[in-house]
Ligand binder design. Sequence first.
Ligand code: SF4
Length: 446
Amino acid sequence: MNTADSELIMGILNGAGFEPAHTLDEADVIILNTCAVREKAEARILGRLTNLVPFRRLRPGLMIGVVGCMAKHLGDKLVQERPYVDFIAGPDQYRNLPEMIRSKRRKAMIQTEFDRSEVYSGCTPTRPRGVTAWVTIQRGCNYVCTYCIVPHVRGAERNVPAADILSEVRRLASEGFSVVTLLGQTVNSYRDGDINFARLLRMVAQVEGIEQVRFTSPHPLGFSDELIDVIATEPHVAKFVHLPLQSASDSQLALMRRKYTFEEYQAIVRKLREKCPEIAISTDIIVGFCGETEEDYLKTRQALIDNRYAFAFLFAYSERSLAIAAKTMKDDVPAEVKQRRLAEIIDIQQKISKEIYTSYVGKRVEVIVEGYSRKHAEQAVGNTRDFKTTIFDKGDCEPGDWVEVEIDSATSQTLVGHLVRIIRKSGPIQVQEQIEVGISLGPTES
Ligand code: SF4
């Protein structure tokens, strides 16, 4: 979501006449687009801000801005503690960035209000050229999971009109993008009139030129049979679902206000695997949430073993100040217990992922080529239909091609193989490195 928002911000600024700088030294404006979901992400941004102080000393005209969730979360406090921050914009205020930058006010500008209708209609993100594109279809979240800060920093759910999404995807296809990932906090709660997420997914998958559609993240509540059917039957929908579990203990799920039981979650996993045997599933898990007993934890650990996720994002609970749990519950699992539980499940998951990835060795898989390896220019990188990152000697293939690769080895995150044949060529596509968010004022601006 943050990468997509950075591209949106780039688009808004490009549209207003600003141009990207390629290094921090060149930039007249430096914008940090931030995440507040975890304490660690915030700490990293504070560290980055400290690193920018020398740039500001050397170039007094340089403007520094902080945008995104952390801007909304910390607002005034951030400016008080870091007086060299010139502007702060929350996730619904990106349209105002050109004006904030042009005003060149030395007193910090803070705009963090929610706008319940803002879906950035008419704003075209500036994406690096290539094969894959993020497409935001929903902003904000209507759930109130007690550990989560997102609804407090991104506001209530708003859905981008289906017609806008489809015209964006058609435009992307005409520009050579063939893999799109639909983004939303609870992407399967999407609705525009009688178009629900399952219908939208099918429509996007049927856009000419689109070879693969992924989506993230769905919520287990409302993960309908209709959606499972689209995933199973639509050839251009990736055979991969990220399905956050968080905990396998019903009492923990209730405290987290996740609105499903473990059995309801398992029913979705069973149906997905029954209707689509080749499906890969990943998840999110939090250990050490308020009141988690050893028994609760062991249920989650067992679910991780039984469900055999392709991969999992595993976290020890950390309190976020605006979240409901921070205000009403006691963070009572000792840090060493949280860390022990986390270390155990990381170890278990790594072994499972390694087993799953190793089971591909000797097999041939279909891969869509998404680019070239940064480390080894002669290697191509792509993903299988079930979203397994695959590296192989590129031969004659190019980004956008479908190829057949025989797998020679695997880590717990990557398949490594050699090219067998090119199944289908795409048109020529230029792949561009992503530019760090640093904006240089164009000639008309300086
Ligand atoms: S569904 Fe829950 S965890 Fe996900 S963004 Fe919304 S409140 Fe946060």
